[in-house]
Write a protein that binds this ligand. Structure first.
Ligand SMILES: O=C(O)CCC(=O)C(=O)O
Length: 418
């Protein structure tokens, strides 16, 4: 097939995913010229003409990029949570339309073009907000593009063997034993009723063993080539730096392949952590490899039957999440690798020196893995709990419980907040 007909066929398959054309091109919350440009670009991208003029093509690409720049400026003004959802939805729509235009304007149909389109969709997924009637448009379109990249066939250039299921080094175990803290209880796959009675209603942390054996992820994800095949060209957010309170800490967007190459396999000087990211709404194929723990259905609020917030935590040995607490109950499931957790009850908050101010109020100044007792003398009064979370184990962290997490090995965890 010629480049143009391959591209046209893909445009057709992508536009077939649209449930409501109206929603894609009507945006009343942005200035009318933006909305009109989106409409023009969309109809241009699906127009069936034999020989589109190169000048007109270039003009349309320039127009859609101006729309994305304009909306991105709006997204970057003020705090993220204050950006109106319709503005973010407009970014989503513009990203999809840009992807169609890139396909329409191409003269060569190759992996490079498909990756450029995929990046566009991922930016829409990461920075935008899902459309209501076209809620799966970008995730499904990205899935099609990933499949197309695999079909066009390009080697990732990474040849890594499976991550070992070996036992944790004894040094870590000895260090853990010596930690002056109470070890969190471990229990073999409790019934829902027992978990509710002994841990959920009393808000006591507990390690849940043998509850993840049916997860395909516990085998499949040990093979980095599998992750690369499914998601190597997907753009993901990566935290760079030793931890998020460090002054050199920053966040970057990069492909999963670059993250794996630079920060996971090569382990370059900067620690990179794909942390607290809802990878599973972005890349739905990976969601098929995990299971929502049944314990997450427990709630004091009988009205609440929403799915938990599911986040991925994927990184090399040595990632640290500083001591902090979260507003929801959490089950942290360890797919592979071992993590060491230090925990404190909310009752001991005042001994942990929470940061002042709106942004870091849920983060402690004290580092429980190496406390400075001159700066933080009250810390000695805090009762510390410890947990070594090994592959296939889950930890229930009740809401507002403080936790400090260190990866002792390359690790992949999934958290369920509810
Ligand atoms: O695994 C980590 O590094 C941190 C996990 C965490 O803080 C959470 O699940 O809330």
């Amino acid at each position: 097939m010629f480049a143009a007909s391959e591209a046209e066929s893909l445009i057709r398959r992508l536009t077939n995913l649209i449930k409501s054309q109206e929603e894609l091109i009507t945006h009343t919350n942005v200035i009318s010229s933006v909305s009109q440009t989106l409409q023009r670009c969309f109809f241009y991208s699906i127009r069936n003409d034999e020989a589109p003029s190169a000048t007109e093509n270039a003009k349309k690409l320039f127009e859609i990029e101006s729309v994305l720049d304009y909306v991105q400026d709006e997204l970057n003004t003020g705090h993220w949570s204050e950006v109106p959802v319709p503005t973010r939805s407009c970014f989503t729509a513009a990203s999809f339309i840009k992807c169609l235009l890139l396909l329409k304007l191409t003269t060569t149909f190759d992996a490079k073009l498909l990756k450029q389109c995929l990046k566009c969709l991922d930016l829409g997924l990461l920075l935008g907000a899902p459309l209501i009637e076209n809620c799966e448009l970008l995730t499904e379109a990205a899935k099609r593009l990933s499949e197309e990249i695999n079909r066009v066939g390009e080697d990732s250039g990474i040849h890594s063997s499976k991550t070992n299921k070996r036992k944790l080094s004894n040094d870590y175990k000895v260090h853990f034993e010596k930690l002056c803290a109470i070890e969190v209880d471990g229990i073999e796959c409790p019934s829902l009723e027992q978990f509710h009675r002994e841990y959920f209603s009393t808000q006591i942390p507990v390690k849940l063993k043998g509850c993840m054996e049916h997860w395909p992820a516990t085998n499949k994800w040990l093979d980095v080539n599998y992750l690369l095949h499914i998601a190597g060209d997907r753009t993901v957010p990566v935290e760079i730096g030793s931890h998020y309170v460090d002054e050199n800490w920053t966040q970057k967007l990069m492909t999963l392949k670059d993250f794996i190459k630079k920060h996971y396999l090569d382990n370059d000087s900067d620690i990179g952590y794909l942390a607290q990211h809802n990878l599973f709404d972005q890349i739905t194929e990976l969601k098929e490899d995990i299971r929502i723990p049944e314990y997450c259905c427990l709630s004091e609020d009988t009205e609440n039957d929403t799915e938990p917030d599911i986040n991925a935590w994927f990184g090399p040995k040595g990632t640290v999440s500083p001591l902090h607490h979260d507003p929801k109950n959490n089950i942290l499931a360890q797919v592979y690798g071992t993590k060491q957790l230090l925990l404190f009850s909310p009752k001991d908050s005042s001994y942990l020196y929470p940061h002042e101010g709106k942004l870091l109020f849920n983060t402690a100044q004290v580092d429980p893995s190496c406390p400075d007792l001159v700066k933080h003398p009250q810390f000695v009064k805090a009762k510390m709990y410890k947990c070594l979370l090994e592959p296939g184990e889950m930890l229930f962290i009740p809401m507002k419980w403080w936790h400090h997490v260190t990866a002792l090995e390359k690790s992949f965890s999934v958290s369920f907040w509810w």
